[in-house]
Design a protein around this ligand. Structure first.
Ligand SMILES: CCCCCCCCCC/C=C\CCCCCCCCCC(=O)SCCNC(=O)CCNC(=O)[C@H](O)C(C)(C)COP(=O)(O)OP(=O)(O)OC[C@H]1O[C@@H](n2cnc3c(N)ncnc32)[C@H](O)[C@@H]1OP(=O)(O)O
Ligand SMILES: Cc1cc2nc3c(=O)[nH]c(=O)nc-3n(C[C@H](O)[C@H](O)[C@H](O)COP(=O)(O)OP(=O)(O)OC[C@H]3O[C@@H](n4cnc5c(N)ncnc54)[C@H](O)[C@@H]3O)c2cc1C
Length: 615
């Protein structure tokens, strides 16, 4: 007999003014895609051995990792078996686009995530056809497990400063990989410590003493049979982190480690047997894997944010607290306008990020297809847009997930709510795949160039076209969508122009261009993300905004129900569909090992002698 659904949630669902299933279908890309996703989730989540008897928060660091590897093997096999052979690639992609299936199994991410998120994309994007054929067969069948090893102890942002060397030896037709210093050790790659046995290493290539830039190499670092580190390889785990504690982030040092010439991934640049170096058409094509993952992250943020606001909105419909009016009983905390303000922006942002992710993915696919034909024209714009959207969506998602947690009071601070873990996952994305400030400055670099082109009368790309609009500074605001967009474009233009004016002022004062850039960098970051509007209009928009909050209120639970996250994926005592929050909080509390006995042994060993003055 299914548990009784909380009365308040029942009332909320009755009040909803739209068809929830229709919105779910829209988010999935159609009713068939919803059906495919649900079928995949049903199949995979019915697999034995996927879930923890003891909540992983009560395991040691080492046990957490070992348990995660156990689940990763079961999960991967279940995913492979669940794949419908009759589905097209597109249908399969749609079925997983919104699915957070892995979140039902791994609260803190999988030790296989880098294999799927970066090792395979790096082979697809950096290997020549022959290499791709060989390595994709092995990687896609999980005969080998890989990661992406770029960051070093001493360098993460500045790729051109990476110290790992790959020196070509034409006599043996090998590359010698070496970590000349401690800071040259690869540091951070997921799965590197104990899970993977191969990695794509980004290293500084030297031929006959001449630098040939940063190139990608596929390197085996553990024996495929014994899993022992190969000779000349130093390996280990980097230690406990805020989150990602089952991703097995590791360090790797090379001591004159030799690999065959065909281990350099040679789609873009090549090294011939005699050591002749054939340059890439654009050295930045080597950075292509990072552009791809930045695009993936935007969609990932939409899904994680949707999960957090689902938990917080359902909890806010169930939780009653304080007094809005005397003798009117305790209201649902969702009736406080401040609570609506905190949470509804999260719902809207998740939808905005989903739509943006779809647009960015289409742009990425078009530019990648052009690159295959040797057309690099739109690569700079894709880079600038991917940097900006990755930085903005990860920053906003981190803020909004933390706001979802704090809007749930003390229970939001419980690990059993899952809000702290979701925060740990999303806040990491502000750093990995390019630290956000650094990426915003990359976008700013493109904006400044575009404004200079606009001012010299050149046509701009569609995404930068606002920089060539001669919009009157006396723009009459109206709070129509069109009016608001026009306002944002006007202010965005002003921010770029102001940053550029600032740089020119510093150059006139005698600073070099680099120092002028650095002095203006706060404005440059703002120009990439920040827009604000003039005072008089804030009041008008504020009224509109508060009116909108009231309109959304009766539909809030319906809006998060439409994300269609099953309870295993929410993995939360506060966010379950039935709203039985208090029973679930108690059920989870009783799983704590400390509740196995009424008096803990520390009383007799320490407390009692201490309280009796005997310690
Ligand atoms: C699989 C399931 C997992 C589920 C997890 C759930 C978690 C929450 C949801 C997230 C969802 C999915 C995520 C998937 C999981 C990921 C797991 C973690 C992965 C993390 C991996 C890493 O972190 S890998 C390492 C990443 N490192 C970086 O990004 C380094 C950043 N630095 C750089 O990119 C570069 O150094 C730089 C761009 C900052 C500077 O480069 P450089 O100095 O060489 O260039 P310049 O600045 O001088 O510019 C020169 C010109 O080059 C142009 N340029 C630069 N970069 C590019 C590029 N990439 N493409 C094209 N053009 C580029 C630049 O614009 C300049 O051009 P001009 O102005 O014309 O001169
Ligand atoms: C959870 C997690 C997983 C990761 N997984 C991987 C992985 O699988 N593979 C991998 O290769 N790497 C991985 N990384 C590493 C990640 O890519 C780097 O941490 C990131 O690129 C930032 O580099 P850094 O840590 O060396 O910081 P630094 O580059 O030292 O930057 C530190 C700070 O300096 C400032 N700064 C630096 N440069 C500039 C600049 N040009 N302008 C203005 N300010 C600047 C910024 O405030 C920045 O936050 C992971 C990191 C995390 C947190």
């Amino acid at each position: 007999m299914s548990a009784k659904v909380n009365d308040d949630l029942l009332t909320e669902r009755r009040k909803c003014e739209f068809n929830v299933e229709e919105l779910t279908n829209y988010l999935d890309g159609g009713a068939q895609a919803t059906q495919n996703r649900r079928k995949l989730e049903d199949k995979v989540l019915s697999t034995k051995g996927l879930f923890d008897e003891v909540p992983e928060e009560y395991l040691s660091h080492k046990e957490k990792y070992e348990n995660a590897v156990r689940k990763a093997v079961v999960y991967y096999k279940a995913m492979k078996e669940a794949e419908d052979p009759n589905q097209t690639e597109q249908e399969r992609a749609n079925a997983t686009y919104r699915s957070l299936l892995h979140a039902a199994v791994f609260k803190d991410n999988s030790p296989f995530s880098l294999h799927l998120a970066m090792f395979i994309p790096a082979i697809l994007g950096q290997a020549d056809e022959e290499q791709k054929k060989y390595w994709m067969k092995r990687a896609s069948k999980m005969e080998i497990i890989g990661t992406y090893a770029q960051t070093e102890l001493g360098h993460g942002t500045f790729i051109r400063g990476l110290e790992t060397t790959a020196t070509y030896d034409p006599k043996t037709e090998e590359f010698v990989l070496h970590s000349p210093t401690l800071t040259a050790y690869k540091w951070w790659p997921g799965s590197l410590a104990h899970t993977a046995n191969y990695c794509v290493v980004m290293a500084h290539l030297y031929i006959n003493g001449k630098s040939c830039g940063i190139q990608p190499f596929i390197v085996q670092f553990r024996d495929e049979e014994t899993h022992q580190p190969l000779p000349g390889i130093k390996l280990g785990e980097i230690g406990a982190k805020l989150g990602f504690n089952t991703v097995n982030n590791g360090f790797l040092g090379f001591d004159q480690h030799r690999i065959p010439r065909n281990r350099m991934l040679m789609k873009n640049a090549q090294v011939l047997k005699d050591g002749t170096f054939k340059r890439s058409p654009n050295s930045k094509l080597t950075y292509g894997t990072m552009v791809y993952v930045r695009v993936v992250i935007v969609n990932g943020m939409a899904n994680q944010l949707a999960r957090a606001v689902t938990i917080a909105v359902r909890y806010s419909a169930v939780r009653r607290q304080s007094e809005l009016k005397p003798d009117a009983g305790e209201p649902q905390i969702l009736d406080y306008v401040t609570q609506q303000h905190k949470l509804f922006i999260g719902i809207a942002s998740s939808h905005a990020f989903t739509l943006t992710a779809k647009w960015l993915t289409r742009m990425y696919q078009k530019v990648t297809a052009d690159l295959e034909k040797g057309n690099l024209d739109e690569l700079p714009e894709l880079h600038a847009i991917a940097c900006c959207l990755k930085a903005v969506t990860t920053t906003d998602t981190s803020v909004l997930v933390e706001r979802s947690r704090t809007s749930c009071g003390g229970h939001g601070y419980m690990l059993s709510s899952n809000l702290p873990q979701i925060y740990g996952l999303v806040t990491a994305a502000c750093t990995y795949e390019g630290e956000n400030t650094v990426l915003m400055l990359q976008t700013a670099r493109s904006l400044v160039k575009a404004l200079e082109q606009a001012q010299s009368g050149k046509r701009l790309s569609p995404t930068m076209s606002y920089l060539s609009e001669k919009v009157s500074s006396r723009l009459k605001w109206d709070n129509s969508i069109d009016g608001i967009v026009k306002g944002f474009r006007r202010v965005a233009y002003g921010k770029v122009e102001s940053a550029m004016r600032s740089m020119r002022k510093y150059v006139r004062s005698g600073l070099g261009p680099e120092d002028a850039w650095n002095m203006s960098s706060v404005q440059l970051v703002a120009a990439s993300e920040y827009t604000s509007i003039s005072e008089a209009d804030i009041r008008q928009l504020q009224d509109t905004y508060e009116d909108l909050l009231g309109k959304i209120r009766p539909n809030a639970v319906g809006l998060v129900d439409a994300f269609d996250f099953r309870d295993q994926i929410l993995n939360s005592t506060l966010g379950a569909y039935d709203g039985r929050v208090y029973e679930r909080l108690m059920e989870e509390a009783l799983k704590s090992p400390l509740n196995a006995e009424p008096v803990n042994q520390s009383f007799h060993k320490y407390l009692k002698p201490f309280m009796q003055g005997k310690l």
